[in-house]
Structure formats: structure tokens, C-alpha cells
Design a protein. Sequence first.
Length: 211
Amino acid sequence: MGGKKKIIVFDLDGVLINSKKNMQLSLKLTNKALGLNISFKNYEKYIGLPFNIILENIGIKKNQKLIEKTYKNFSLKNLKQTCIEKNIKKVLKKLKKKYDLAVFTSKDKTRTLRILKKEKNLFNYIITPEDVDYGKPNPQGLKIIKSTGKYEKKNMIYIGDSEYDYLAAKKMKIKYLHATWGYSSNFFKKIDIYKLKKFQEIEEVSLKLFQ
């Protein structure tokens, strides 16, 4: 069955979950705890990248590990409202009957698994920063999924909401779908890609792409 298997890979933040409120609160509490003044507006520009790279991009080079640890601790304490909505779960269960599913995210494994809860069983692979040497836009996570599951590139779709998701899929040379309900930027107005308007669209679009 090797090359015939088909898989849909999802980014987590902005695609499967809405975690923006958690991010804003966690950053606010981190600023207060460490006496920092990190603007969420600046942070938001780089959502999708590994946390340390976000800090690099906004000019913070000192105490990165302490900032990351503090932020993640606050994030974990406030994860109760961050989960996959029922309508998305329903679609995922339908897709699972036809395809393999995976998650490739820049969120650490502890928080990812806490958010997915029992829905983690829907996914054949869950790739987080702990599983790769290089985060997005490097496609290493997608390569791990491909080689482990022995998928052909034509039988892979990656669904994301950021420039970094798009670039990872492009470097991997697999199909990419853009989730417009996520944390998109003006970057996508200039690029000819398929833009999903709602999660339910994935069923129909994937059928066409996998023909």
C-alpha cells in the first residue's frame, strides 16, 4: 500500500485551534513577570516560527530560554479555553476515514498534546520542535512524515495559515492550502494559492487534489 496512502498535514495554531487569546495573555504575564515590554503586535508578525526565532526577529537576544520557559508556563496554566472546536472535530473524523492525518507545529509537544487531548488519536503523526533540528520554514517535519509513512509527495497536502507554512510546503514540493481563518498576512494576497474559506471545505478540495 506504500505509495498509495494519502495524508493531510495540519498546522495547529490558527488552523485547528484559535490560540490568540492565550498568546496575548501569556505574553502580557511574561512581560509583567520579567519586566519586559514585548509588543504582541510585533510578536504576532512571526507566529508560526519557533519561539526562539520569534524573539530573534523582534530583537531580543538575551535570556531567551528564561523568557520562553516563563511564557510556556503561563500558556500551560491558561490552556483550558484552547481546544479543537466540535465542528472541526467532526470534519477531522470524516477525513480520517479516507486519509491519514498529521500535525506539524511550532508549538512544543507538552502544550500540543494537552490541547489535542483525546483527539491526538486522530493523527498518525504529531511533529513538534522536539522532533526536528530545524523549525519552519524548514520542511524537515514534513520530510519526517513522508519518510516514516512512505508517502509520495503527490499524496501529501499541508494546510497552514502563515508564510512559514507555505514556504515549508513549497520547499517540500507538496500541495498547500491556506486557512484564511487563521493568522494570515498580506503576503498571501500576492501569491496564487488555494485559500480555504472554512474548515468544512477541506473534504471537497482534498478529493479534487488527490485525484
